[in-house]
Every structure is written in C-alpha cells, then in structure tokens.
Design a protein. Structure first.
Length: 352
C-alpha cells in the first residue's frame, strides 16, 4: 500500500487514499509535546517524567501495581491519536481539531508499524533524560516498558486492527499489563475483542453520565448521534460479562454530574455494568477543557472521597456489594472494589 504523508518538520501526519488527518490537529498535539507516529500518538505524561527523575508514580501503580516497576515503564499511546467519535467537554486535548469518520481497515498502519513507530517516538522523547543523575538508570528500564496504556488521545476502538495490536503488545517480552480506555461508542469492536481473545488486562469504560440527557451534554457524540446513549449501554453490558478485569471511570464535574441527586442513577449504572472496580475522579482544569469548563468545576480530594462513599452506600441499598478500596490525593481519585466479582487488586504482586 502506498501512502503519502504531510510533513510537519520531522513529524508526519497520516494521509491515505481515503483519509487525511489535518495538519493543524497534528501540530496541536506536537506543540503539547506528544510524539506523532503516523496516525498513532505517544506521550510522556507527568507521572512518567516524575518517575524517571526519581519521584512518585501515578495512582495506577498505587491501586494495581501497573506499570510494574513504576510509571517510567509505561507507554501511554493511542493507535488513532487524532480521531474520536466524541467531543467530551472535560477533555484537555484539542478535540475541536479532531476528525470524525469511521476508519477503513485497508488504509491503516499495520499493528507492527504502530508498535515500532510508537516505541521510536517514545525513545526520542526519552532522549533528553540521559543526562539526569537519576534518569540514566530509570531510562534503561523505561526502554523495556512493562505496561501499555491505550488511552492517550482519540478513541482507540476506532482503529480497525485493535485486536491484532493488543495481541502483539501482550506478546512483547517485557509486557506485564495492557489497559484500554474506551468511550463506549463502538460496542462492535468490544465484541471483537472478546470473540478474538484479544481483551486487554484491564478494560475501562468512561462513565460520566447516569442518564441520556447528561450523556449528550458531557460526551457530545459526533458520529452516532441518534443512538449514542444506547450504544454506550450496549458497551456497558459487554463489560458486565467480559472475561477480563473491568473498570467504570466516573469523571465528576461540579456543574454537570456532581449533584447528589444523580448518585442513585449512577449506582444503577454500576450495578448493571458489574465492574471489578469503579474509579471516581475529579475533572481537572487543564488544556483545552479550560475553554469549556470553569476552574470551580474541579472537586477537592475530600469531595471526591465523600461522593465515592455516598455511591458506595447507594450500591449497598440496591444489593451491589462493593468496598472502599483506596484513594490518591494528587490525582483526586478514589476507587471502589466489587466484592461479588472479586479479583486481586494487584496485577503484579508489589514485591515482584
């Protein structure tokens, strides 16, 4: 297959026979220090950088020990960094620049190309740390990542070769865990992951609205507008039976979904999805979300914990047996664990 690329300095943005990613969208991510690899993207997040310099790792290490060894061993990436089916109001990426179309499998990078290009871009992003007194030791470990977070930007379930990509990543010698975050607009891909035995170690469903009205206000679907809520519920039902670890991640926004009146509806959603874990997290006033929401829409860590405990009490009322597992103040997040669908919180034992 022959394809052309539109050059942005040394960076490339994908252009194929039927698709083109706008150069302005690529620039928007590059200016925010993302690495672009064709239609894929990779980033060194704050926690990866902190861990390289000898600092703390993110809450995923604290909650699940993923990445095993620390956040510097995490590859945070997306196979389609500039394509998404939603325009979530809380997203800090430049979603206004993103394209909305279904991808044609014939015209996209092979999983092997994605993995190779992402690792090369990540190596480039890491290169500036070799001179750091602590970083040199950590970078050697970082070059053998134990964890892949397929969530960075765009909607990964829009990549037609996602099952093959996940299988390839899981086959890499150093991989111990793979997380996938989806907006739930593509249940057909989730079914493929189940049917093709290509599920990630942990599957996340963004759960930011307890009802249809709020769903459209918060997630702003741009592709399946007429049945977006129904498609999301279909994804929720797939998670309820998926043979892998599952998480519902609730992002709380003070002016939209934080009111206590929504807690009973959220509890019913949780009961229906029957996830192994529920992560309750505050919206963070960062990036492009600052043009859509106010700083006051962020919650304090104490407010997040209180809301999570109220959700826990409501779950008990309706016969869903969860426990308050842990929380992390820097990320303003709390996690509940399902005791009826119990799995060990540790993906890799912390001593390993």
């Amino acid at each position: 297959m022959s394809c052309e690329v539109e050059a942005l300095g040394r960076y490339h943005v994908w252009e194929g026979p039927r698709i083109k990613i706008r150069a302005s969208a690529g620039r928007a991510l590059i200016e925010r220090h993302y690495g672009m690899a064709g239609h894929a993207a990779v980033e060194l997040c704050k926690w990866t950088k902190d861990a390289i310099e000898g600092g703390k790792s993110c809450y995923k290490v604290k909650f699940y020990n993923a990445p095993a060894g620390g956040s510097h061993r995490c590859v945070e990436m997306s196979p389609v960094g500039l394509v998404c089916s939603n325009r979530c109001v809380y997203c800090w990426r430049p979603t206004e620049e993103f394209d909305a179309f279904m991808l044609d499998e014939r015209f996209y990078m092979e999983p092997e190309e994605v993995v190779k290009a992402v690792l090369e871009e990540r190596r480039r992003l890491l290169s500036g740390y070799w001179g750091h007194p602590v970083g040199r030791l950590r970078i050697k470990e970082a070059l053998e990542p134990t964890h892949w977070a397929i969530s960075l930007s765009g909607e990964p379930t829009m990549y037609p070769k996602l099952p093959q990509l996940i299988k390839l990543i899981k086959s890499l010698p150093s991989t111990k865990s793979v997380f996938l975050v989806t907006n739930g607009q593509h249940p057909e891909m989730l079914r493929r992951l189940v049917e093709e035995d290509a599920l990630p170690t942990q599957l996340y469903l963004s759960t930011n609205a307890p009802n249809k009205e709020l769903y459209y206000m918060i997630n702003v679907p741009v592709y399946h507008r007429e049945d977006a809520w129904e498609r999301w519920l279909e994804s929720l039902d797939i998670l309820a039976a998926a043979p892998t670890r599952t998480v519902l991640r609730i992002t709380l926004i003070r002016s939209l979904n934080y009111d206590d009146k929504y807690i009973p509806e959220f509890a019913q959603i949780v009961k229906r999805g029957n996830p192994h874990f529920v992560e309750v997290k505050s919206y963070m006033h960062l990036g492009h979300s600052t043009f859509r929401l106010k700083k006051e829409d962020m919650l304090s860590h104490e407010e997040v914990k209180q809301w999570a405990r109220k959700l826990l009490a409501e779950l008990e009322k309706i016969g869903a047996r969860f426990r308050y597992m842990d929380d992390d103040e820097p990320s303003r997040i709390a996690v509940l664990q399902n005791m009826d669908r119990y799995v060990d919180r540790w993906i890799v034992p912390p001593s390993a």
